[in-house]
Design a protein around this ligand. Structure first.
Ligand SMILES: Cc1cc2nc3c(=O)[nH]c(=O)nc-3n(C[C@H](O)[C@H](O)[C@H](O)COP(=O)(O)OP(=O)(O)OC[C@H]3O[C@@H](n4cnc5c(N)ncnc54)[C@H](O)[C@@H]3O)c2cc1C
Length: 384
């Protein structure tokens, strides 16, 4: 039976980064992936993901983001791939909305450069955005977008160059801790053993990490691309920021400049408000009523965006009850490290999660602040 230092299960956003970081530390790595490299069946596809630093979800994420930004640059250097582009970002809503008040809190707590803009100033600087008179926006230059498929492919290529063995189309059917303190992993093709296991299963967490007892909800999400009326000119990435807008009901919509040329349109999506699904039951078709609902929602804040509907794609969030991640050594198995429940906002952290997982698998600890991601936190206790 083949034996490794570390087996990484799931080579999506997080697992590919873990494999690259572990291999860089000289570990003998086996990576096992259910599908092919950088596929579109999990949570790491769709061409773009927002990155930002003034983090409304919790200021505790900011130090991780500062390190992630260093690692994004390093990944770009090491791989030569275009993984991150900073366009600036504006986070809009009423002053007391989570999007505005939470972003401001994080920016102030960490001394992050930002500007607070009133509705008139937002309309003047970014004419595509039409906030209501009582709305404001926090603008930061450190925001932009990262490229999920390019990032996964870059980490996989680096992992391979550094000696990792990567097996595709080989789903893991089970794993167990062994009496000797290591792990055994079963796939349709065979069995492997290792000193450590890193599990990054994305939307398959309820299946592969059932014994974590975390009540994950897998949600179907839709990304939409529209050709703006009047063309993509005003949406060009050198003049248009990424944006998140929260309305009076708390609905958040977010989007990107036109990053795929004149015919590629601009992408927009709702944050959360998905429908529960599983990787086996997800409806991959996007229905006309959904497109109409999005276009109607945009009329208030980005009226020129829904000029002509181009296309849409589905994707899955794996959400925890408090919407914070799960990153830790498995509470019952010290040889197993888990990274899951990224709750729809994990991609910007991919390189730093790779570093943390490599720390935990090789030393059992990390200098990064991950207490918020403990699977035993009270907010994750399953309700009876
Ligand atoms: C529509 C959408 C928009 C998003 N927008 C943003 C954003 O703007 N900014 C942001 O930061 N984040 C965003 N996110 C969240 C981010 O994309 C995810 O948090 C991140 O991609 C999760 O990565 P992952 O590695 O956990 O999952 P995945 O990339 O899905 O990787 C999991 C992998 O495990 C594999 N796997 C599962 N089970 C097995 C098995 N038994 N054997 C072998 N392999 C297995 C899967 O095939 C998959 O490749 C968004 C997500 C979605 C869906």
């Amino acid at each position: 039976m083949a034996t490794y230092d570390v087996i990484v299960v799931g080579l999506g956003g997080m697992g590919s980064a873990a494999a690259a970081h572990l291999a860089a530390r000289g570990q003998q790595v086996l990576g096992l992936e259910r599908f092919g490299p950088a596929h579109d069946r999990g949570s790491s596809h769709g061409g773009s993901r927002i990155t930002r630093q003034s983090y409304f979800e919790d200021p505790a994420y900011v130090p991780l983001l500062l390190r992630a930004y260093e690692l994004w640059d390093q990944l770009a250097d090491d791989s030569g791939a275009d993984v991150i582009t900073l366009t600036g970002g504006v986070f809009l809503g009423r002053p007391d909305s989570l999007t505005v008040a939470g972003s401001l809190r994080a920016a102030r707590e960490w001394g992050l450069p930002h500007e607070l803009l009133d509705a008139g100033e937002i309309r003047r600087r970014f004419p595509t955005l039409t906030p209501a008179e009582d709305e404001v926006g926090l603008y930061e230059t450190a925001a932009g977008f990262v490229r999920p498929e390019v990032t996964v492919a870059a980490h996989l290529a680096l992992a391979g160059q550094r000696g990792a063995e990567l097996h595709y189309d080989e789903p893991v059917t089970g794993w167990s801790a062994t009496a000797g303190g290591g792990v055994r992993v079963r796939t349709a093709a065979g069995e492997y053993t290792a000193g450590q296991l890193v599990v990054c299963p994305g939307a398959w967490a309820p299946e592969l990490l059932a014994d974590l007892d975390v009540p994950f909800t897998v949600e179907r999400q839709v990304m939409y691309w529209f050709q703006p009326s009047g063309g993509v000119g005003p949406y060009a990435p050198d003049r248009h920021p990424i944006y998140i807008h929260e309305d009076a009901e708390g609905t958040q919509v977010y989007g990107f400049p036109a990053i795929d040329g004149p015919d590629g349109g601009a992408k927009v999506a709702f944050f959360r408000h998905g429908s529960p699904c599983s990787p086996d039951t997800i409806d991959r078709e996007v229905h006309p009523a959904e497109v109409a609902f999005m276009a109607e929602h945009l009329a208030a804040v980005l009226p020129t965006l829904p000029g002509r509907y181009l296309t849409a794609a589905t994707c899955m969030y794996t959400t925890t009850p408090d919407q914070h991640f799960v990153i830790a050594q498995h509470p019952r198995h010290p040889a197993v490290t888990v990274a899951c429940g990224f709750s729809g906002h994990g991609f910007k952290f991919v390189p730093v999660v790779g570093e943390i997982l490599a720390d935990l698998a090789t030393t059992g600890t990390t200098k990064h602040p991950i207490a918020l991601f403990d699977p035993r936190r009270p907010a994750l206790e399953a309700t009876p």
